[in-house]
Design a protein around this ligand. Structure first.
Ligand code: C2E
Ligand code: MG
Ligand code: MG
Ligand code: MG
Length: 274
Protein backbone atom coordinates (compact mmCIF):
# COMPACT_ATOMS: atom_id res chain seq x y z
CA UNK A 1 0.00 0.00 0.00
CA UNK A 2 2.62 2.50 1.09
CA UNK A 3 4.58 1.87 -2.14
CA UNK A 4 1.79 3.26 -4.25
CA UNK A 5 1.11 6.35 -2.22
CA UNK A 6 4.77 6.85 -1.43
CA UNK A 7 5.36 9.00 -4.48
CA UNK A 8 7.81 11.65 -3.52
CA UNK A 9 6.53 15.00 -2.36
CA UNK A 10 3.02 14.29 -3.49
CA UNK A 11 1.78 12.79 -0.27
CA UNK A 12 2.61 14.16 3.15
CA UNK A 13 4.85 11.84 5.12
CA UNK A 14 2.85 8.87 6.31
CA UNK A 15 3.67 7.45 9.74
CA UNK A 16 2.96 3.93 8.57
CA UNK A 17 6.24 4.10 6.68
CA UNK A 18 8.15 4.08 9.93
CA UNK A 19 7.11 0.64 11.04
CA UNK A 20 9.50 -0.47 13.71
CA UNK A 21 10.69 3.01 14.53
CA UNK A 22 9.58 4.34 17.89
CA UNK A 23 8.91 7.79 16.53
CA UNK A 24 10.17 10.42 14.14
CA UNK A 25 12.71 11.80 16.58
CA UNK A 26 14.18 8.34 16.86
CA UNK A 27 14.15 7.85 13.10
CA UNK A 28 15.90 11.16 12.56
CA UNK A 29 18.69 10.28 14.94
CA UNK A 30 18.89 6.77 13.45
CA UNK A 31 19.41 8.23 9.97
CA UNK A 32 22.18 10.50 11.27
CA UNK A 33 23.83 7.56 12.99
CA UNK A 34 23.33 5.44 9.88
CA UNK A 35 25.16 8.04 7.80
CA UNK A 36 28.08 8.10 10.23
CA UNK A 37 28.24 4.31 10.35
CA UNK A 38 27.88 4.02 6.58
CA UNK A 39 24.77 1.85 6.88
CA UNK A 40 23.38 3.24 3.62
CA UNK A 41 24.34 1.26 0.57
CA UNK A 42 23.67 1.62 -3.12
CA UNK A 43 22.43 -1.11 -5.42
CA UNK A 44 22.53 -0.65 -9.18
CA UNK A 45 19.86 -1.63 -11.68
CA UNK A 46 21.02 -2.21 -15.27
CA UNK A 47 19.48 -0.19 -18.12
CA UNK A 48 19.23 -2.13 -21.34
CA UNK A 49 19.37 -0.84 -24.90
CA UNK A 50 16.55 -2.63 -26.70
CA UNK A 51 18.17 -2.59 -30.15
CA UNK A 52 21.44 -4.18 -29.10
CA UNK A 53 20.12 -5.91 -25.96
CA UNK A 54 23.15 -4.71 -24.04
CA UNK A 55 23.53 -2.91 -20.74
CA UNK A 56 24.46 0.73 -21.24
CA UNK A 57 23.92 2.17 -17.79
CA UNK A 58 23.00 1.70 -14.16
CA UNK A 59 20.60 3.44 -11.81
CA UNK A 60 21.88 3.83 -8.26
CA UNK A 61 19.18 3.02 -5.70
CA UNK A 62 19.66 3.52 -1.99
CA UNK A 63 19.04 0.86 0.67
CA UNK A 64 19.42 1.11 4.43
CA UNK A 65 21.35 -1.79 5.85
CA UNK A 66 20.39 -1.10 9.44
CA UNK A 67 21.83 -3.30 12.12
CA UNK A 68 19.42 -5.98 13.28
CA UNK A 69 16.85 -5.24 10.58
CA UNK A 70 16.00 -6.39 7.11
CA UNK A 71 17.24 -4.14 4.33
CA UNK A 72 15.07 -1.01 4.45
CA UNK A 73 13.79 0.24 1.05
CA UNK A 74 13.96 3.94 0.11
CA UNK A 75 10.22 4.53 0.21
CA UNK A 76 10.38 3.83 3.96
CA UNK A 77 12.80 6.64 4.76
CA UNK A 78 13.37 8.96 1.77
CA UNK A 79 10.03 10.82 2.22
CA UNK A 80 10.95 11.39 5.86
CA UNK A 81 14.47 12.49 4.93
CA UNK A 82 12.96 14.94 2.47
CA UNK A 83 10.62 16.31 5.10
CA UNK A 84 13.36 16.85 7.66
CA UNK A 85 16.12 18.08 5.38
CA UNK A 86 18.21 14.98 6.06
CA UNK A 87 17.98 14.34 2.33
CA UNK A 88 20.73 16.95 1.90
CA UNK A 89 23.54 15.03 3.63
CA UNK A 90 22.05 11.74 2.44
CA UNK A 91 21.94 12.96 -1.16
CA UNK A 92 25.54 14.15 -1.04
CA UNK A 93 26.58 10.79 0.31
CA UNK A 94 24.72 8.99 -2.51
CA UNK A 95 26.19 11.21 -5.23
CA UNK A 96 29.74 10.80 -4.01
CA UNK A 97 29.34 7.06 -3.57
CA UNK A 98 27.84 6.53 -7.03
CA UNK A 99 30.51 8.67 -8.73
CA UNK A 100 33.29 6.84 -6.87
CA UNK A 101 31.79 3.51 -7.88
CA UNK A 102 31.55 4.56 -11.52
CA UNK A 103 35.22 5.52 -11.55
CA UNK A 104 36.07 2.14 -10.07
CA UNK A 105 34.08 0.35 -12.81
CA UNK A 106 35.80 2.41 -15.51
CA UNK A 107 39.18 1.42 -14.07
CA UNK A 108 38.11 -2.22 -14.08
CA UNK A 109 37.16 -1.99 -17.74
CA UNK A 110 33.40 -2.19 -17.28
CA UNK A 111 31.82 -0.67 -20.38
CA UNK A 112 28.88 1.66 -19.72
CA UNK A 113 27.67 5.11 -20.67
CA UNK A 114 25.99 6.44 -17.55
CA UNK A 115 25.38 6.00 -13.87
CA UNK A 116 22.06 7.57 -12.83
CA UNK A 117 21.37 9.12 -9.46
CA UNK A 118 17.95 10.13 -8.11
CA UNK A 119 17.79 13.73 -6.93
CA UNK A 120 15.07 15.07 -4.62
CA UNK A 121 13.58 18.52 -5.27
CA UNK A 122 15.02 19.82 -1.99
CA UNK A 123 18.53 18.95 -3.18
CA UNK A 124 18.14 20.79 -6.44
CA UNK A 125 16.80 23.79 -4.56
CA UNK A 126 20.03 24.14 -2.56
CA UNK A 127 21.95 27.20 -3.67
CA UNK A 128 25.18 25.26 -3.78
CA UNK A 129 23.85 22.18 -5.58
CA UNK A 130 25.73 22.92 -8.78
CA UNK A 131 29.00 23.72 -6.99
CA UNK A 132 28.62 20.60 -4.93
CA UNK A 133 28.23 18.43 -8.04
CA UNK A 134 31.29 20.05 -9.58
CA UNK A 135 33.24 19.36 -6.41
CA UNK A 136 32.16 15.71 -6.28
CA UNK A 137 33.11 15.18 -9.94
CA UNK A 138 36.48 16.78 -9.32
CA UNK A 139 37.17 14.81 -6.15
CA UNK A 140 36.14 11.47 -7.60
CA UNK A 141 37.57 12.11 -11.07
CA UNK A 142 34.38 11.07 -12.86
CA UNK A 143 33.96 12.74 -16.27
CA UNK A 144 30.66 14.65 -16.19
CA UNK A 145 29.17 12.85 -19.19
CA UNK A 146 29.03 9.63 -17.19
CA UNK A 147 26.59 11.18 -14.72
CA UNK A 148 22.84 11.30 -15.21
CA UNK A 149 20.53 12.93 -12.66
CA UNK A 150 16.98 11.63 -12.39
CA UNK A 151 14.46 14.24 -11.29
CA UNK A 152 10.68 14.06 -11.09
CA UNK A 153 8.09 16.54 -12.19
CA UNK A 154 7.81 17.65 -8.57
CA UNK A 155 10.99 19.67 -8.93
CA UNK A 156 9.05 21.99 -11.15
CA UNK A 157 6.42 22.90 -8.61
CA UNK A 158 8.55 25.64 -7.10
CA UNK A 159 10.68 28.32 -8.65
CA UNK A 160 10.72 26.84 -12.11
CA UNK A 161 12.87 29.58 -13.58
CA UNK A 162 15.75 29.17 -11.19
CA UNK A 163 15.61 25.39 -11.39
CA UNK A 164 15.59 25.51 -15.17
CA UNK A 165 18.77 27.57 -14.99
CA UNK A 166 20.39 25.04 -12.67
CA UNK A 167 19.48 22.25 -15.09
CA UNK A 168 20.94 24.23 -17.98
CA UNK A 169 24.20 24.74 -16.05
CA UNK A 170 24.35 21.01 -15.33
CA UNK A 171 23.78 20.21 -18.98
CA UNK A 172 26.53 22.58 -20.03
CA UNK A 173 28.85 20.66 -17.74
CA UNK A 174 27.97 17.50 -19.70
CA UNK A 175 25.62 15.97 -17.15
CA UNK A 176 22.46 14.33 -18.45
CA UNK A 177 19.03 14.99 -16.97
CA UNK A 178 16.29 12.36 -16.92
CA UNK A 179 12.63 13.07 -16.19
CA UNK A 180 11.73 10.17 -13.90
CA UNK A 181 8.27 8.63 -13.37
CA UNK A 182 6.98 10.49 -16.40
CA UNK A 183 3.22 10.25 -16.68
CA UNK A 184 2.61 9.57 -13.00
CA UNK A 185 1.99 13.16 -11.98
CA UNK A 186 0.56 16.22 -13.58
CA UNK A 187 2.62 15.62 -16.68
CA UNK A 188 3.00 18.71 -18.70
CA UNK A 189 4.25 18.26 -22.22
CA UNK A 190 5.31 21.87 -22.51
CA UNK A 191 8.24 21.57 -20.12
CA UNK A 192 9.57 18.65 -22.12
CA UNK A 193 10.59 21.07 -24.82
CA UNK A 194 11.46 23.92 -22.44
CA UNK A 195 13.74 22.00 -20.11
CA UNK A 196 17.19 20.66 -20.99
CA UNK A 197 16.14 17.06 -20.62
CA UNK A 198 18.05 14.20 -22.19
CA UNK A 199 15.95 11.23 -21.11
CA UNK A 200 12.28 10.51 -20.57
CA UNK A 201 11.58 7.68 -18.13
CA UNK A 202 8.06 6.39 -18.52
CA UNK A 203 6.47 5.46 -15.24
CA UNK A 204 6.23 1.83 -14.20
CA UNK A 205 2.45 2.09 -13.91
CA UNK A 206 2.11 2.17 -17.70
CA UNK A 207 3.91 -1.14 -18.07
CA UNK A 208 1.36 -2.88 -15.83
CA UNK A 209 -1.38 -1.38 -17.91
CA UNK A 210 0.08 -2.64 -21.18
CA UNK A 211 -0.27 -6.13 -19.76
CA UNK A 212 -3.95 -5.34 -19.20
CA UNK A 213 -4.18 -4.03 -22.76
CA UNK A 214 -4.83 -0.53 -21.48
CA UNK A 215 -2.95 2.71 -22.14
CA UNK A 216 -1.18 1.24 -25.15
CA UNK A 217 -2.01 4.31 -27.20
CA UNK A 218 -0.66 6.56 -24.47
CA UNK A 219 2.63 4.68 -24.23
CA UNK A 220 2.96 4.69 -27.98
CA UNK A 221 2.34 8.46 -28.02
CA UNK A 222 4.81 9.18 -25.23
CA UNK A 223 7.48 7.26 -27.13
CA UNK A 224 6.67 9.17 -30.30
CA UNK A 225 6.69 12.58 -28.61
CA UNK A 226 9.98 11.69 -26.91
CA UNK A 227 11.51 10.77 -30.24
CA UNK A 228 10.22 13.93 -31.90
CA UNK A 229 11.79 16.04 -29.18
CA UNK A 230 15.08 14.19 -29.59
CA UNK A 231 14.86 12.56 -26.18
CA UNK A 232 15.98 9.12 -25.19
CA UNK A 233 12.94 7.15 -24.02
CA UNK A 234 13.30 4.59 -21.23
CA UNK A 235 10.57 2.36 -19.87
CA UNK A 236 10.90 1.46 -16.20
CA UNK A 237 9.41 -1.47 -14.34
CA UNK A 238 9.39 -3.87 -17.29
CA UNK A 239 8.63 -7.35 -16.01
CA UNK A 240 7.42 -9.38 -18.99
CA UNK A 241 8.40 -10.39 -22.50
CA UNK A 242 5.03 -9.15 -23.68
CA UNK A 243 5.86 -5.59 -22.63
CA UNK A 244 9.35 -5.83 -24.15
CA UNK A 245 7.82 -6.86 -27.48
CA UNK A 246 5.35 -3.99 -27.35
CA UNK A 247 8.12 -1.48 -26.60
CA UNK A 248 10.36 -2.88 -29.35
CA UNK A 249 7.53 -2.64 -31.84
CA UNK A 250 7.18 1.04 -31.02
CA UNK A 251 10.92 1.74 -31.10
CA UNK A 252 11.36 2.52 -27.42
CA UNK A 253 15.13 2.94 -26.90
CA UNK A 254 15.65 1.20 -23.63
CA UNK A 255 14.23 -0.48 -20.57
CA UNK A 256 14.90 -1.07 -16.94
CA UNK A 257 13.07 -3.75 -15.01
CA UNK A 258 12.97 -7.11 -13.32
CA UNK A 259 12.56 -8.88 -16.69
CA UNK A 260 16.25 -8.25 -17.35
CA UNK A 261 17.58 -7.64 -13.87
CA UNK A 262 16.81 -6.55 -10.33
CA UNK A 263 19.12 -3.97 -8.79
CA UNK A 264 22.53 -5.56 -8.14
CA UNK A 265 25.34 -5.05 -5.67
CA UNK A 266 28.30 -3.13 -7.06
CA UNK A 267 30.51 -6.23 -6.93
CA UNK A 268 28.14 -8.14 -9.17
CA UNK A 269 28.31 -5.60 -12.01
CA UNK A 270 31.68 -6.45 -13.60
CA UNK A 271 30.63 -10.06 -14.20
CA UNK A 272 26.96 -9.45 -14.91
CA UNK A 273 25.65 -11.04 -18.10
CA UNK A 274 22.16 -10.66 -19.49
P1 C2E B 1 12.62 5.28 -9.05
O1 C2E B 1 13.72 6.24 -9.19
O2 C2E B 1 11.48 5.40 -9.99
O3 C2E B 1 13.31 3.85 -9.14
C1 C2E B 1 12.71 2.72 -9.71
C2 C2E B 1 12.11 1.82 -8.65
O4 C2E B 1 11.40 0.76 -9.29
C3 C2E B 1 13.15 1.12 -7.77
O5 C2E B 1 12.57 0.93 -6.48
C4 C2E B 1 13.34 -0.21 -8.48
O6 C2E B 1 13.84 -1.24 -7.64
C5 C2E B 1 11.91 -0.50 -8.88
N1 C2E B 1 11.83 -1.40 -10.02
C6 C2E B 1 12.68 -1.53 -11.06
N2 C2E B 1 12.27 -2.45 -11.94
C7 C2E B 1 11.11 -2.93 -11.47
C8 C2E B 1 10.18 -3.92 -11.94
O7 C2E B 1 10.34 -4.53 -12.99
N3 C2E B 1 9.08 -4.14 -11.17
C9 C2E B 1 8.86 -3.48 -10.00
N4 C2E B 1 7.77 -3.79 -9.31
N5 C2E B 1 9.71 -2.55 -9.52
C10 C2E B 1 10.82 -2.27 -10.25
P2 C2E B 1 13.34 1.31 -5.14
O8 C2E B 1 14.78 0.96 -5.25
O9 C2E B 1 12.55 0.75 -4.01
O10 C2E B 1 13.25 2.89 -5.14
C11 C2E B 1 12.02 3.55 -4.98
C12 C2E B 1 12.16 5.03 -5.17
O11 C2E B 1 12.95 5.61 -4.13
C13 C2E B 1 12.89 5.42 -6.45
O12 C2E B 1 12.00 5.34 -7.56
C14 C2E B 1 13.31 6.83 -6.13
O13 C2E B 1 12.23 7.71 -6.31
C15 C2E B 1 13.61 6.74 -4.64
N6 C2E B 1 15.05 6.61 -4.43
C16 C2E B 1 15.83 5.50 -4.50
N7 C2E B 1 17.13 5.79 -4.25
C17 C2E B 1 17.17 7.13 -4.03
C18 C2E B 1 18.24 8.04 -3.73
O14 C2E B 1 19.43 7.70 -3.64
N8 C2E B 1 17.89 9.36 -3.56
C19 C2E B 1 16.59 9.79 -3.69
N9 C2E B 1 16.35 11.08 -3.50
N10 C2E B 1 15.58 8.96 -3.98
C20 C2E B 1 15.86 7.64 -4.15
MG1 MG C 1 14.82 6.91 -10.70
MG1 MG D 1 11.10 6.03 -11.75
MG1 MG E 1 9.30 5.71 -9.04
Amino acid sequence: VSKEIGKRNVVVFDESHVEGFVNKVQLESDIRTGLKKKEFILVYQPKIDLKTETVYGYEALIRWNKKGRDMIPPNDFIPFAEETGLIIPLGKYVLRKACKQAVEWIKMGVVFRTVSVNISPAELEQNDFFQNIQLILKETGLPAHYLELEVTENVLMKNIERLTNVLIDLKELGIKIAMDDFGSGFSNFRYLSDLPIHTLKMDRMFMNRIVENRDEVIVESIIRIGHSLGLEVVAEGVETKEVIDFLKLHDCHSVQGFYYSKPLHAEEIPNFKL
